[in-house]
Design a protein around this ligand. Structure first.
Ligand code: 5BU
Length: 469
């Protein structure tokens, strides 16, 4: 086995899967060794040997399935599956946004016992996420096979989670084989060894649910943006997570609804550009109602242009949104210039403002999926104006940001133009902090009763979330 491993290490080096020099990691750290096993799909014989060696690590091969962790380990899992005749399942990187929304592809049943295949472990978090999803489907996971252990605590984290890890190489062994076969000079061998020793400090697996466990009051203290902090506090005081979408086209109807709902809502959300009789007095009236009942006003403008134009759309034109909307929505699609444009639009505004980035939409077939969602979350990192995200599920961990979720009615349903509705309980448990309800209230015959009903159900769901998580 040792000879085979040494040969494999040299082969991996020869094909460029292991490189030495100076590299910058995903999280911006400098590293003298870089391992990227994606390249092995270009070398079928190497892929086969690697897969066979990995599979030989388990004596008792009594597993129901092999489960590859996307993407690098998928071809390895496929080879193991075809060579050993053990069926395969795949855990998706994100749930499908259409159809079944399932996380696991392939045929399986409750009680099945898959083995996980992964290329590299660092903290072990991607295996832990995979295990969680498999367990949610009733599968029983005990073992993971890994090609390289970076020796940064992943093994310990996984063992604590009840997963036995079998690895083909530790990074130290890999390095040793390369040194023995003169692929590394003594100098770089030493440098990389020192680096490995220095980074051996175990990484903690991030708890993705941390935000969901905390109270709004606690989160008010960690919010970077002052409107966000204010919002958390008023939600806590008024015991409401309700954002009412007052999608009326006549000013008076919005004003009447704001007066009725005021004591029970956290945010009044409007679309100012659908109003047919807009004038400045509308803004004054709605502002004074918001002060009287302590709720915030959101203009759901969904800005989406280059920074320069957005700065004008925000502060100029007929509506002068920057002057009165505590909160606005913006699409991340133009890139971070949109945040700068909005900031520019606030040059002469003294009050605090916040932006909700539209990371996901509620409508059927929305293109806001995959990497787009991740990039939207990443975009918020450098802006203190971002109050949170409009999204459908738990896509971020920062407890100082807010998840605003639209598409809510008492029963799961849809409208004839692509809107999709989930229930209040479902959206709160999917991470929703502020929940947007529009026609569920505005089309009801007794609007006040409806407002109180949504408020109560949502608040109870939030209380059960912080207890359960
Ligand atoms: P409804 O009547 O509850 O369907 O109204 C939903 C509101 O939320 C409406 O004002 C939309 O503009 C808003 N919305 C949405 O429904 N879905 C989204 O993804 C986003 C906003 Br972003």
């Amino acid at each position: 086995m040792k000879v085979e491993l040494k040969e494999l290490a040299i082969e991996l080096y020869n094909v460029g899967a292991i490189r030495t020099g100076s590299f910058i990691t995903k999280v911006g750290l400098e590293t003298p060794i870089y391992i990227d096993l994606r390249v092995i799909i270009s070398y079928p014989q190497l892929l086969l040997r690697l897969s066979k060696s990995l599979w030989s690590l388990v004596d008792n091969k009594d597993f129901s399935h092999v489960c590859g962790v996307p993407y690098t380990a998928l071809p390895i899992a496929t080879v193991i599956s075809t060579e050993s005749n053990v069926p395969m399942i795949i855990r998706r990187k994100e749930a499908k946004s259409y159809g079944t929304k399932k996380m696991i592809e392939g045929i399986f049943k409750t009680g099945d016992t898959p083995i996980i295949i992964e290329d590299i472990i660092t903290s072990g978090s991607s295996i832990i996420e995979t295990v969680k999803d498999l367990q949610n489907e009733g599968l029983n996971v005990t073992t993971a096979l890994v090609i390289v252990d970076r020796e940064q605590g992943g093994r310990d984290n996984l063992e604590k989670a009840g997963i036995t890890v079998k690895t083909l190489f530790t990074i130290t062994q890999l390095l040793g084989y390369l040194f023995e076969s003169s692929k590394l000079s003594e100098e770089s061998f030493k440098e990389i060894k020192d680096y490995i020793n220095a980074v051996k400090a175990p990484l903690k697996v991030q708890d993705d649910n941390i935000r969901l466990k905390q109270t709004f009051m606690a989160r008010a203290n960690v919010a970077k943006n002052s409107v966000t902090s204010k919002l958390f506090k008023l939600m806590s005081e008024k015991q409401t997570t309700l954002c009412l979408a007052a999608d009326f086209t006549v000013c008076q109807e919005i004003i009447d609804l704001a007066d009725l709902a005021g004591p029970h809502i956290a945010v009044l959300k409007i679309h100012v550009d659908i109003i047919e009789d807009f004038d400045k007095s509308f803004v004054q009236k709605i502002k004074s109602i918001s002060k009287k009942y302590n709720f915030l006003i959101m203009e759901d403008r969904k800005f989406a242009d280059i920074g320069q134009v957005v700065s004008y759309q925000y502060k100029k034109g007929v509506y002068k949104i920057a002057e009165w909307a505590d909160l606005i929505t913006a699409h991340p699609v133009p890139g971070s210039g949109i945040l700068q444009g909005i900031k520019e639009g606030l040059n002469e505004i003294a009050e605090d403002r916040g932006i909700f980035l539209v990371a996901e939409m509620s409508s059927e077939g929305a293109l806001t999926t995959g990497d787009y969602v991740k990039s939207a979350v990443a975009m918020s990192k450098n802006s203190d104006l971002v109050a949170g995200f409009v999204c459908q599920k738990n896509i971020f961990t920062d407890p100082g940001l807010i998840q605003l979720t639209p598409g809510v009615k008492l029963t799961k349903s849809s409208d004839s133009l692509g809107q999709q509705y989930n229930t209040p309980q479902d959206v709160i448990h999917s991470g929703g902090d502020i929940i947007v309800v529009g026609r569920g209230i505005t089309q009801s015959t007794d609007k006040l009763a409806s407002i109180l009903e949504y408020k109560k159900i949502l608040w109870e769901a939030y209380e059960s979330r912080i207890e359960d998580c």
